[in-house]
Design a protein around this ligand. Structure first.
Ligand SMILES: Nc1ncnc2c1ncn2[C@@H]1O[C@H](COP(=O)(O)OP(=O)(O)OP(=O)(O)O)[C@@H](O)[C@H]1O
Length: 241
């Protein structure tokens, strides 16, 4: 992949939640129950860009992030990540690809509550096949950078929400992914911690040469980003707000 090639590229994306995914299955007319959530003709995110993605509640931001990570598939069109079409992969290949190349932190951190932060992180790294010594060094470095080094051997359930948020970042970064995707990662933090969190996040994003896409309702964060993208400028679905 050359330096100028988009790290993330969307081509002619349509996405709707089907009756089965939205949980209503009583009507046989599935098509009638689908409503289009995303219609994105194109979008490209260059390497090392820091994108702040914002927009009205319900406009499809989280859904878009799910497509970028391959957690959901579009009804039509293509999502290319580092030049590879996610829909060309089997779901297990896609899971491996995500583990290696895409760090994800969503609103629910999905840490395993009865495991320590170290073990939560080792589990995430397991799928990438990283050597154990390298892994321990990375955990040490990242946990210091994120200020969670004193908690790495505590169970996730024993941490505050803010500590869990940073632990989730540690877990998402341990495989040194090229792309980092975060959905409302500062929602549980006060102003002072939010500022510190952004500094720490950006230092790591720089250090690891990552491309960042972050969704937030907090417009005070926009100033830190190289690109501020309103989803309504990408998404052609009328009334997606
Ligand atoms: N699992 C689901 N099944 C059916 N509809 C869904 C599902 N998840 C989201 N939606 C619908 O898709 C639309 C977009 O939701 P999405 O969560 O992507 O918006 P958002 O911009 O992230 O909103 P917010 O800012 O409130 O988090 C909304 O109308 C929502 O009701």
């Amino acid at each position: 992949m050359n330096q100028n090639q988009a790290v993330i590229e969307l081509k002619d994306i349509h996405f709707s939640y089907s009756a089965s995914t939205s949980g209503s299955s009583s009507d046989n007319n599935v098509a009638a129950q689908q409503s289009l959530i995303l219609d994105i003709p194109s979008w490209a995110v260059p390497k090392k860009e820091k994108v702040f993605l914002h927009g009205a509640s319900g406009a499809g931001k989280s859904t878009l992030l799910n497509l970028l990570t391959g957690m959901r598939e579009p009804d039509r069109g293509e999502v290319l990540v580092m030049g590879t079409s996610l829909s060309s992969m089997s779901s297990s290949k896609r899971d491996q690809f995500r583990a290696k190349h895409i760090g994800v932190v969503f609103q629910q951190f999905n840490l395993i509550p009865y495991l320590s932060i170290r073990d939560n992180t080792r589990l995430a790294a397991h799928f990438s096949g990283t050597n154990d010594n390298v892994l321990l060094e990375r955990i040490d470095h990242l946990s210091h950078a994120l200020g969670v080094n004193e908690f790495v051997d505590k169970k996730a359930s024993e941490l505050s929400v803010g500590q869990q948020q940073r632990a989730a970042i540690l877990r998402a970064m341990v495989n040194e992914p090229e792309i980092f995707i975060a959905d409302e990662p500062t929602s549980a933090l006060d102003d002072q911690n939010k500022q510190r969190f952004i500094e720490v996040l950006f230092n790591l994003v720089e250090e690891l040469s990552m491309t960042l896409v972050l969704v937030s309702h907090d417009s005070s964060l926009a100033q830190y980003f190289s690109t501020v993208q309103d989803i309504s400028e990408l998404n052609k679905v009328m009334g997606a707000s």
